[in-house]
Design a protein around this ligand. Structure first.
Ligand code: PLP
Length: 240
């Protein structure tokens, strides 16, 4: 581990926190980084961490303080939900009714309620996961989600295109915020649960906040550059 990286974590975290408006929640994205990095951010007061691989998150959860709020932030494979259902706080990558249903089923086994954010496809890029807005509205209009008592639909999540075109990124984030507003009005006007707009990463979180985001997911800006080989070499029984 690079000790220079770890010594800068508290300071970078502090700088980002100070730059965020009071209504914006920070998810520290710790994927690929060792538990020592997470502990350093924890010691600096951070409690919400985001991971995008289930096994990696499970291994980290096992050894780190139990008051950490874990957010799963990537595309979620349905067969992996059971592995994290006993502790995950929020699943940010829900992009089908089936994923919502499976989360509900697994949460019920533990007598828990898991917050789910609906991932909405806002980028012009092909490769991103997520509901298309109409598809998500259709799912909500259909109404079966109302019977799922172990999930709480907490809002939306979106990722903008990876581009230097700031205007395009702003337009995409605004699309997400507009979708959130209309969805809230149409389906959740009676509920306080539907309140989160998770948008913005290290490179574009200021733009996301400008558009109306109230949850940012920042990795590189806190922990430094990632080395993905750790995820490629991880197997079921590997601890981190
Ligand atoms: C990795 C990741 C982030 C953080 O990206 P950075 O550019 O390192 O801040 C945010 N959201 C999702 C869904 C991610 O997978």
């Amino acid at each position: 581990m690079d000790t220079e990286d770890i010594s800068g974590i508290a300071q970078r975290l502090d700088g980002i926190r100070k730059s965020l408006p009071g209504n914006v929640t920070l998810v520290a994205v710790s994927k690929t980084h060792p538990v020592e990095f997470i502990q350093a951010a924890y010691d600096a007061g951070q409690r919400i961490f985001g991971e995008n691989k289930v096994q990696e998150m499970v291994a980290k959860h096992e050894v780190l303080p139990k008051d950490i709020e874990w957010h799963f932030i990537g595309h979620v494979q349905r067969n992996k939900i059971r592995q994290m259902a006993s502790f995950v706080s929020t699943i940010q990558g829900i992009d089908s009714f089936a994923a919502l249903e499976e989360t509900n089923r697994q949460a019920e086994r533990f007598g828990r309620t898991i917050t789910c954010l609906l991932q909405i496809h806002i980028a012009t890029e092909e490769s991103k996961f997520g509901f298309f807005p109409e598809e998500c509205s259709d799912m909500l209009a259909e109404g079966n989600w109302r019977t799922l008592s172990h999930v709480r639909i907490g809002g939306v999540m979106g990722m903008a295109s990876n581009t230097d075109n700031g205007q395009q990124v702003l337009t995409e984030f605004r699309r997400l915020v507009a979708f959130f507003n209309s969805t809230k009005e149409r389906f959740f006007s009676e509920s306080n649960d539907f309140r989160t707009i998770s948008a913005g990463m290290s490179g574009d979180y200021r733009t996301a906040i400008q558009a109306g985001s109230n949850m940012v997911r920042i990795g590189t800006g806190i922990f430094g550059i990632r080395d993905y080989t750790i995820q490629q070499t991880l197997s079921d029984n590997t601890s981190i």
